[in-house]
Design a protein around this ligand. Sequence first.
Ligand code: NAP
Length: 251
Amino acid sequence: MRRVLILGGTTEARHLAERLAGRTDLAVTVSLAGRTTAPAAQAAPVRIGGFGGVEGLARYLINERVDALIDATHPYAAIMSANAAAAAATTRVPLLALRRAPWTPLPGDRWIEVADTAAAVEALGEAPRHVFLALGKSEIGIFARAPQHHYLVRSVEPVDPPLAVPHAFYVTGRGPFSEADDRRLLVTHAIDVIVAKNSGGGATYGKIAAARTLGVPVVLLRRPALPEVPTVESFEAAVAWLDHGSVPRGV
Ligand code: NAP
């Protein structure tokens, strides 16, 4: 029986675990960082918490006799992905990255691409605006630098402590979010600019599509640099890699 470790925290990782859970030739474990207090249920056994850097992960791979490592973390989880590449290289455990393709702009999209959240704060400008922050709770604190704006914050977990600005409204939700619901949200809160990540995939695309139809600009954080490792974009392709040992063409 081969042992497979999936670095998770994404819809794709969950789908992959569901697909593999019934297999008698594989023992699958899903690893979560432990950021959310009530993580989505997984079809395979779960371990929670950091490994302790590259060395910790390498030790885990050896001790648990992991035969294949699949990095299915979010495309903005750059530290974990770098650690996975380094630990796989030192232990010679085969590694595959499962990463969503980024969204690409369509006619009508008004994207302002920026390097990071500090640049996103700058991009909002001086004049007060109604800003939809579609970022993780740990990423929004920096927007206190621009207290003149009204903020609508949507995150998986409640934001605690709240953003240190006079006007902030909070909604929680894990998604998927439909275009119709997100259009309603943008209209209800008179949103005139969105700050988001280029997460890719369908679950959080609703706001991007809604922004297009409403003519609302989107300040989009660029994707971080990720290690160059064999990569697929679908969980079906990850299953094929496990079964055939190579990245299939055209999947
Ligand atoms: P990160 O900055 O790349 O990683 C920071 C540290 O968190 C890592 O060094 C590692 O600690 C630990 N870690 C991260 N992912 C882990 C995992 N799957 N299992 C065990 N430990 C993990 O990661 P992040 O951006 O904070 O993301 C954390 C988790 O949330 C990931 O599972 C990711 O898939 C999910 N997520 C992230 C985003 C996002 O926008 N970043 C969005 C949705 C979901 P050690 O060094 O101690 O091993």
